[in-house]
Design a protein around this ligand. Structure first.
Ligand code: G4P
Length: 524
């Protein structure tokens, strides 16, 4: 198959959602359709608290590290699907955000009983900034949820994206009859027990649906959508301005396959990517890619790490020599891993859109660009993401302050945690997207630099960067704390929404920036 064909069949995406919306359940169904697992209901048994012995777990065991939760690849019809996991729950971190830089489209799950939830909003904003196509799956239709029209209005208002329902639920909860599939001109009837019956529109007259009040209500809503709804254009979907919306139930495996088929058809294949020397097209002959995540093995006996590389152009072949553009050093890539390739552990070749795992003897950094041969350019630097949790940090033993500084400097460079200094006092404050980063930091300071540290929590804060070159420093206090980031840019850590609002109203001369709103603002 030609390079171009390989690129065009790649679909690399992430699923974003708030915890409990159904990401694991949906992923499992997708893996089932991709024949990665043979039956569903095996991946996660929350109730029993145990994992069932599924094919998935077997692969995980063989690999020895938890790669499956990071990237899942499988062929499906003519497509080659790569699903990248966005860690949520306790391990929500900058990695979660960074992963979104490595995908070409995103599936956003909304729980129909809850609507748009906070974590979804955060992740959505990152996708929005990058202009990637976003597809919405409204889940749990088998339960009494909120009115579909109300959910669409919420998506449009809260997220600021237009929506286009590709299908529409016929009832919900106990009255759930199925979905009205506008796109494929058919009704898919819900039969329970993972069963569906497809009725093309021109056969509906012959079914009992015609007289069903719930179906007739649905027709009324469809009419409303046809008249007042948004127009569907591929171009707006590709730019991330319009989200196609699908309804279904991941748990009941209802509407999932139709969703998958339609989504894959419309989702974007790999696109050209920005570098400091202009755009690099995926079809370019030279292999290139960048590292968006490094997973350290927490076992102290093995200090090796796996770097996750997104292939951006050309064909990757095992054993090829690449240049790491930051260090300008040549490295032969022998130890590489594919994810979920069924019957082999190492990857021999990969194409744009694919993710490969590279053995990292501590030579890579997040954001590193790797190019075949002697080429040298950088993919656009990964954006800086706003931390949410903050802790003051110091060495327990002041005699260790030299190692402490060295450790902080090096670990901060890796990008998992951000360093701030409180203005005037110069005390160190660490900021991270999730709690886990502090634990990893503490562990590594001890293991690698032999320094015991202590934290004083500042809790959750709202960080905003100051745009003004000059400003009056009198108005800051512990509730709106003035700090400098590691590039010496001023920022304010607000104690809560209230102090933030108060500040906005009273300090109109100080211009503040939210990193999730305005990504052009990059610390230099
Ligand atoms: P997450 O990965 O996004 O956190 O969500 P996950 O798939 O674990 O699903 C969260 C809960 O929602 C699970 O129930 C799951 O069974 C349920 N769920 C997912 N999709 C649907 C759906 O379409 N309909 C209904 N009714 N429920 C759904 P749980 O109670 O947390 O787990 P369990 O104890 O039932 O296993």
């Amino acid at each position: 198959m030609s390079l171009e064909n390989e690129i065009n069949r790649r679909r690399t995406f992430a699923i974003i959602s708030h915890p409990d919306a159904g990401k694991t359940t949906l992923t499992e169904k997708l893996l089932y359709f991709g024949e990665v697992i043979r039956s569903t209901g095996t991946v996660k048994g929350k109730k029993s608290g145990k994992f069932a012995a599924s094919d998935w777990m077997e692969i995980e065991k063989k690999r020895g590290i938890s790669v499956t939760s990071s990237v899942m690849s499988f062929p499906y019809h003519d497509f080659h699907v790569n699903i990248l996991d966005t860690p949520g729950h306790e391990d929500f971190s900058e990695d979660t955000y960074r992963t979104l830089t490595a995908v070409d489209s995103v599936v956003m799950i909304i729980d129909s009983t809850k609507g748009v939830e906070p974590q979804t909003i955060k992740l959505f904003k990152v996708c929005r900034l990058r202009g990637i196509p976003i597809f919405t799956f409204i889940n749990k239709l088998d339960r009494e949820g909120r009115e579909p029209l109300e959910l669409l209005a919420e998506i449009e208002e809260v997220l600021g994206i237009e929506s286009y329902p590709m299908n529409w639920p016929i009832g919900m909860g106990k009255r759930f009859l199925g979905i009205y599939d506008r796109f494929n001109s058919q009704v898919v009837r819900f039969k329970g027990d993972e069963e569906e019956e497809i009725v093309p529109f021109d056969h509906i007259e012959q079914t009992d649906l015609v007289d069903h009040p719930v179906y007739n209500d649905t027709l009324g809503e469809i009419e409303l959508l046809e008249e007042a709804g948004n127009e569907f254009t591929m171009e707006r979907v590709q730019k991330g301005e319009l989200t196609p919306v699908f309804f279904g139930s991941a748990l009941a495996n209802f509407g999932v396959q139709t969703f998958l088929d339609t989504f894959l058809q419309f989702a974007a294949p790999p696109k050209p990517r920005k570098t400091d020397q202009g755009l690099v097209a995926p079809e370019a002959e030279t292999f290139s890619g960048y590292i968006f995540k490094i997973q350290a093995n927490m076992n102290p006996a093995h200090r090796d790490r796996i770097a996750f590389l997104r292939v951006c152009s050309g064909k990757f072949e095992r054993g090829m020599s690449v240049n790491v553009s930051r260090t300008n050093k040549t490295i032969k890539l022998n130890q590489t891993q594919a994810f979920m390739a069924k019957d082999r552990e190492t990857v021999d070749e990969a194409y744009p859109g694919d993710i490969i795992g590279i053995y990292d003897p501590n030579i890579y950094q997040i954001g590193d660009t790797l190019i075949e041969g002697k080429g040298n350019f950088h993919f656009d630097e990964l954006p800086q993401f706003p931390p949410e949790l903050f802790k003051r940090v110091q060495a327990k033993n002041v005699m260790k302050s030299k190692q402490f500084r060295k450790g902080i400097e090096q670990l901060v460079q890796e990008g998992a945690i951000q360093l701030f200094k409180q203005d005037l006092t110069d005390s160190f404050i660490l900021g991270a997207v999730g709690q886990l980063q502090f634990e990893v930091f503490e562990y590594r300071m001890k293991a690698e630099y032999n320094v015991d540290i202590e934290f004083v929590s500042l809790g959750e804060r709202i960080p905003r960067w100051i745009k003004n070159e000059k400003f009056d420093k009198r108005f800051f206090d512990s509730r709106s704390m003035l700090v400098r980031d590691r590039y010496d840019q001023y920022a304010v850590l607000f104690e809560n929404e209230f102090t933030y609002r108060y500040f906005l109203e009273n300090q109109k001369d100080i211009e503040l920036v939210d990193l999730l709103e305005e990504n052009d603002y990059q610390a230099q």
